[in-house]
Design a protein around this ligand. Structure first.
Ligand code: 5AD
Ligand code: SF4
Length: 488
């Protein structure tokens, strides 16, 4: 299995157990793709070790990179020692990302030298957003790196590996090619289990003042519907029962002329055996009427939405270039709740954006009180070089950011605990994802993405089971089996 270790981004995410929506989930997690490795272990087998930082998109990309390398004989390995190739799949969204990459590279350099002393090669590749943004600096500071590749060029990895194995100098490929990388990637090979991730969209055209994504991931690009449907069918044939559609701006997806995500969701819902559909991450401006209608019409579309608002102050929202107001967001949530009354919300918040006053911060707190979130992620603003906010005056002092985030997270934690508590005593449909942490236990997910644990047989994996919630915790629910429900 690819040891796609997910390194910590920040300790400020409220819910470290959340694993689908955000760049800040703190747990190391396995890569969804490439897990079983398609290359058989022979004497020809080369070992590939992948380390992943950041979002679900990166975890997915790590799996795809393992997939494109499998035909070259690369099979995943758990440890960097003895690996023929190590890929660092990096994330640049918040501070100190590059430093973490350089410190990992320092460790790999020692391993690479030890391997060379034994007459073996170790190809080191840096992929992802740090590679995109700081490719030249990586090669200057770590000349033993063989390949630097941006997120748009993964399909060219086999060629780069071949060139790197031959060439003396490093290979750098961080272009934004006109052809979309989706066209070139092979079909994702390895099964991901009951809950699978499927990238349908890449990039962002929104240019929020604080964010590097439009610069590192490039313009919005949508994958064609036919490819998505084919990959979803394959995932379901391999055992997936829940698919989370991924994209930096997933609800900006427009794969087929004028058709948007709502239409795609309806078509996915027709796939036999696919019980649950989710999508993440969305921008409020791209929640169109048809997508809202899909929430009312498609039972498989889960009643949980990660919809970042970032701030509750109109002044700061304007400074952030979000192009919506706090009341626009309130109105949007009201419409979603009409469409799907049991809809639960998650969001991202930034405190201490340049120019944020105490009054602006209080507006954010008020928005949180007004909406009531099932969970959320929150970050102290950190300047990202090259973004407009980084050069703005009126940077908020660090102590002030600390004070604000502390208060904001306390409120969000209270809301999350209250949301979970209201599930106690209810009978809810749980998708069983596999064995639980303890002997005899199974684990699963509620419709609202809460992890659920119960005593039960692992044979229920992949089915939806009615469970009675016996205890609610801050990050999970404990339940007992009621009855097995026929799966759709
Ligand atoms: N500082 C703090 N948080 C940021 N995010 C993105 N860029 C920054 C930054 N410069 C947060 C936003 C985004 C989430 C993925 O990361 O809240 O929605
Ligand atoms: Fe970044 Fe804004 Fe695009 Fe989200 S919408 S990826 S925060 S620029």
């Amino acid at each position: 299995m690819v040891r796609a270790t997910r390194r910590n981004q920040t300790a400020l995410a409220l819910d470290p157990s959340h694993d689908a929506d955000d760049l800040s989930a703190l747990r190391p997690r396995p890569s969804p793709g490439g897990q079983s490795g398609t290359a058989a272990m022979t004497s020809e087998t080369k070992h590939l070790h992948v380390i992943t930082w950041g979002c679900q998109m990166n975890v997915y990309d790590s799996g795809r990179m393992a997939d494109v390398l499998a035909p070259l004989g690369y099979a995943p390995t758990e440890l960097p020692e003895g690996a023929d190739m190590v890929i660092l799949n990096t994330c640049h969204i918040r501070d100190r990302a590059a430093e973490k990459v350089f410190s990992e590279l320092g460790r790999l350099r020692v391993l690479k030298q030890a391997r060379e002393a034994q007459g073996h090669k170790m190809v080191i590749a840096v992929a992802g957003c740090v590679a995109q943004a700081e490719g030249a600096e990586i090669l200057a500071r770590a000349p033993y790196v063989d390949i630097v590749l941006g997120p748009q060029t993964y399909h060219r990895l086999p060629e780069m590996v071949a060139r790197a194995s031959r060439a003396a100098g490093a290979v750098i490929d961080t272009d934004f090619p006109a052809e979309q990388k989706f066209d070139f990637l092979p079909d994702a090979a390895a099964p991901q289990g009951v809950t699978a991730f499927l990238t349908i969209q890449e990039g962002c055209d929104k240019f929020c003042s604080f964010c590097v994504v439009p610069y590192t991931r490039g313009a919005e690009a949508s994958r064609p519907a036919a490819d998505i449907l084919a990959e979803a069918r394959r995932m379901v044939a391999q055992g997936a029962r829940e698919i989370t559609l991924l994209g930096q701006n997933v609800n900006a997806w427009h794969g087929d002329g004028a058709r948007g995500l709502g239409d795609l969701v309806r078509r996915l819902a027709d796939i036999d055996g696919l019980i649950r559909i989710r999508y993440t991450t969305s921008h409020p401006r791209d929640m169109d009427d048809d997508l809202i209608a899909a929430h009312a019409e498609v039972p498989a579309l889960m009643p949980f939405l990660h919809l970042p608002v970032q701030s509750g102050s109109d002044r700061i929202l304007a400074a952030m270039n979000r192009k919506h107001t706090a009341d626009d967001y309130r109105a949007l949530i009201a419409r979603l709740r009409v469409a799907r009354p049991d809809m639960a919300l998650s969001s991202d918040f930034i405190v201490g954006h340049p120019g944020e006053t105490e009054r602006d911060f209080e507006s954010t707190m008020q928005l949180i009180r007004d909406i009531g979130f099932a969970q959320a992620f929150s970050f102290k603003y950190s300047p990202r070089p090259g973004t407009p906010a980084a050069g703005a005056g009126l940077q908020v002092p660090e102590e002030e950011k600390d004070r604000r985030i502390y208060a904001l997270q306390a409120l969000l934690r209270e809301q999350q605990t209250a949301f979970n508590a209201q599930c106690a005593g209810l009978i809810i449909p749980v998708l069983v994802t596999g064995p639980g942490r303890h002997e005899g236990q199974i684990g699963g997910r509620s419709p609202w993405l809460q992890p659920v644990h119960a005593i039960g047989p692992v044979s229920l994996t992949g089915t939806v089971v009615e469970m009675k919630v016996t205890a609610a915790h801050t990050n999970s629910l404990t339940a007992t089996l009621e009855q097995e429900r026929a799966c759709a």
